[in-house]
Design a protein around this ligand. Structure first.
Ligand code: AMP
Length: 187
């Protein structure tokens, strides 16, 4: 199974994607995690990404697309994966289509976690207390929501028109949401 998990920052994508990757026996591919690991190790990729991340802006597509293409070609993503945080722009959707096309495959489903906007801010402020993430300050948190609404929310229409979006209520406890996802997925 090849899935994408979508939802605004703070919707719980990362947490749910880890559980889902186990369930489907595939790779969890989080572009945010890959960028953060590269920033920590101060690789060239990390240096290219850091200032965008710190400002709550998207890293340029050419950097991000090349990284995802490489990641999707790795063995553990061969038959199943869950993408978390990519694609995030309409242009990235086109790029992902072409990467998957070259690999002779496509997405089976797009999970959308639906969470109330104020709840998102509260969750992220709470996460900020322990995450150590440099993009978890309040101004950047709010900016990231705006960027999501402008750049990424439109993807739900793109995937919606393909009939692959599965909406899941993302309010409530982690286990409760995991159960809802399990129930909503085919198979
Ligand atoms: P996340 O952990 O998914 O919230 O991502 C953290 C940050 O990494 C984002 O705010 C962006 O700066 C960057 N990032 C992650 N995924 C992408 C992407 N697909 N395109 C551009 N930037 C991204």
């Amino acid at each position: 199974m090849r899935l994408l998990i979508m939802g605004p920052p703070g919707a719980g994508k990362g947490t749910q994607a880890v559980a889902l990757a186990k369930r489907i026996g595939g790779a969890h591919i989080s572009t945010g995690d890959i960028f953060r690991a590269n920033v920590q190790q101060q690789t060239e990729l990390g240096k290219a990404a850091q200032r965008y991340m710190d400002a709550g802006e998207y890293v340029p597509d050419e950097v991000t697309n090349a990284m995802v293409k490489e990641r999707l070609a790795e063995d553990d993503a061969g038959s199943a994966f869950i993408l978390d945080g990519y694609p995030r722009t309409v242009d990235q959707v086109a790029k992902l289509d072409s990467i998957l096309g070259e690999l002779g495959t496509q997405l089976d489903g797009v999970l959308e976690l639906v969470v109330d906007p104020e709840e998102l801010i509260q969750r992220l402020l709470k996460r900020a207390e322990t995450s150590g993430r440099t993009d978890d300050g309040e101004a950047v948190i709010r900016h990231r929501q705006e960027v999501y609404t402008a750049e990424t929310a439109p993807l739900l229409e793109v995937y919606g028109s393909r009939g692959v979006v599965i909406k899941v209520d993302g309010m409530g406890g982690v286990d409760e949401i995991t159960r809802r996802i399990d129930d909503a997925l085919p198979g």
